[in-house]
Design a protein around this ligand. Sequence first.
Ligand code: GLV
Ligand code: GLV
Length: 325
Amino acid sequence: MAKIFVTRKILDVGIEKLKSRYEVIVNPYDKVLSKEELIAALRADKYDAVLCLLTDKIDAEVFDAAGSQCKIFANYAVGFDNIDLVAARAKNIMITNTPGVLTDTVAEHTFALMLAISHRIAEADKFTRAGKYVGWAPELLLGTNLSRKIIGVVGLGRIGSRVAHHAVHGFDARVIYHDVKRNEEFEKEFGAEFKENVEDLLRAADFVSLHVPLLPATKHLINAERLKLMKPSAYLINTSRGPVVDEAALVFALQNKIIRGAALDVFENEPKLALGLAELDNVIITPHIASATEETRSKMSEMAADNIIVALDGGVPPNLVVLQK
Ligand code: GLV
Ligand code: GLV
């Protein structure tokens, strides 16, 4: 019987599906395995497939530890910047992700963040709980509207497109976008405007929402110079990957009111936060939970399992990640 290693317990449905066909070993501790622990776990047996998480750094050494009988590493995430694709290709190991099933959830979380920061929800909650609400006041906790504003979408993939959809249909907002590829069909459908460079988008947007994968070209895409291009009234929302933003530069920009606020679900050195970030009132921070609904995490679990099943049956898994040259 084929053997599967799961690097950390995920929602049952996928694990059960795998258990109905294979011998499944799940990391017994509800914690991230260190690289040494992961290597030791993989060396302890011969696994045909590994189900891994975005918190696992998967590189050539890990593939070596898995051995040549291992066909696939199925990542329980849409992002796969935690995996060395070049090393995977060299070892002939398939890599899969979980696209599509989390698009709605991450887009929803993006709006939860946008509305929370512009309506000062966390600040207001803290204020009220602290017993500071002594009566209605005309200028108490003034925020900003989202309706009819300019929403700048950076990265027009599945999630960015869904965010644009909600912005236009839910808030009558105007969408501008930047991507490596222009999409004229999308422009027509949403009355959206393409910005050839990210600087032009940053200058114009009231809300900037990041939806790019983490690549060498997107690391620190938002840096000190680019933050200065944003309107002082603008907000930055990040549900993509932490290193897309220079977090120390963002803290400086927030402290010095270079922009009005930020809402972040991802951080440059997770789970650590940049110095000073957590002390700021003009920021909302959530702990990388943008896809964390029960429905979606279950679907991701099933999808990762299905990718393994197809691969071990000798097929091409539906969510095979192809190395772009
Ligand atoms: C979460 O960050 C994911 O990539 O699925
Ligand atoms: C990821 O799912 C994306 O395409 O935005």
